[in-house]
Design a protein around this ligand. Structure first.
Ligand SMILES: NC(=O)c1ccc[n+]([C@@H]2O[C@H](COP(=O)([O-])OP(=O)(O)OC[C@H]3O[C@@H](n4cnc5c(N)ncnc54)[C@H](OP(=O)(O)O)[C@@H]3O)[C@@H](O)[C@H]2O)c1
Length: 276
């Protein structure tokens, strides 16, 4: 039996992961900005679930929730950095405060959670971070510069944390979903403060596409949760787990493109070392 600590458990992936973990008999610390939105887990499964208030942009709430969960459950095996939201708009359309909030939530938030949980994992002799990345960090779209930038930052920061914490038995996995049917677009997606006609054909088009696919995304959050449970149970979990056919094909195309570009510019790049 594992104990899960999940940020943003009020909806979408977070809620689905909490429900799936409970269904397999695990214990869940379900956290949310509004604790009332996760209390149903405790009402329905009083022996397995606890609810805590946690806003990833408020560091004091992270430490308090982790400490309380550790006291309540004795240990924490899996920390899921799920909380996050999207900001859609060309860079020129996004406001300074919007960009800061986005990086604060999607990059600083999970970094803070990992930093606060690491002493617990070290003292236990291990633990598993499962961090929600994004297909926008495989290769990005017009209109997602800040969102994809924050998620790419989280992915590479996670790789460093994996190397730093491996000696303590800590594992790290970045989950990379394509489009999944959650509240990400409908409720979660923030629009750039300005709308500039110059970007109608690029960022504007992508924003309109997102609105159109809302509710019809191919990815099923319950199936994603089952995949994440499998990863958490694995002796040697992957560092990256790409979810859904859309993201999987995108990742393959990106690998091919990157290899071709590396080959095409090999001569120019390799000529920059001092002569041996
Ligand atoms: N769905 C997709 O297609 C997709 C694709 C790639 C990556 N992702 C990533 O998956 C993760 C979960 O998103 P989702 O798709 O499940 O969307 P969602 O249904 O909108 O859920 C997002 C969750 O994050 C929480 N949250 C937002 N800001 C927070 C903050 N400052 N502190 C704590 N919690 C906060 C929300 O809580 P409230 O209820 O308080 O708002 C909500 O529980 C995100 O990191 C997202 O970027 C989603």
């Amino acid at each position: 039996m594992k104990t899960w600590f999940i940020t943003g458990a009020s909806s979408g992936f977070g809620r689905a992961i909490a429900a799936a973990a409970i269904a397999q008999g695990d214990q869940v610390a379900a956290t949310a900005r509004e604790v009332a939105s996760v209390e149903h887990f405790v009402e329905d499964y009083p022996l397995q679930a606890r609810a805590y208030a946690l806003d990833v942009t408020r560091p004091e709430t992270i430490g308090a929730a982790l400490e309380q969960a550790r006291r309540d459950f004795g240990s924490i095996d899996v920390v899921v950095n799920n909380a996050g939201y999207g900001l859609i708009g060309a860079l020129e359309e996004c406001g300074e405060d919007q960009m800061l909030r986005q990086v604060e939530t999607n990059l600083m938030g999970p970094l803070r959670v990992m930093r606060a949980a690491l002493p617990i994992f070290r003292s236990q002799g291990g633990g598993h971070f499962i961090n929600l990345g994004a297909a926008a960090a495989i290769s990005n779209y017009a209109g997602f510069s800040v969102y994809g930038g924050a998620k790419a930052g989280l992915e590479l920061a996670s790789e460093a944390v994996a190397a730093e914490a491996a000696p303590f038995g800590v594992k790290v996995t970045v989950v990379i979903p394509g489009p999944f049917r959650t509240d990400f677009i409908g409720r979660g997606l923030e629009k750039g403060a300005e709308s500039r006609p110059e970007y109608a054909g690029t960022a504007g088009k992508f924003g309109a596409f997102l609105e159109k696919v809302d509710g019809k995304q191919p990815g099923d959050p319950a199936a994603a949760a089952r995949a994440i449970l499998k990863v958490a149970a694995a002796e040697r979990p992957p560092f990256r787990l790409v979810l859904g056919k859309y993201a999987y094909q995108k990742a393959r195309r990106q690998l091919d493109r990157a290899r071709a570009e590396l080959d095409a510019w090999e001569g120019v790049g390799l000529a920059t070392d001092f002569p041996a």
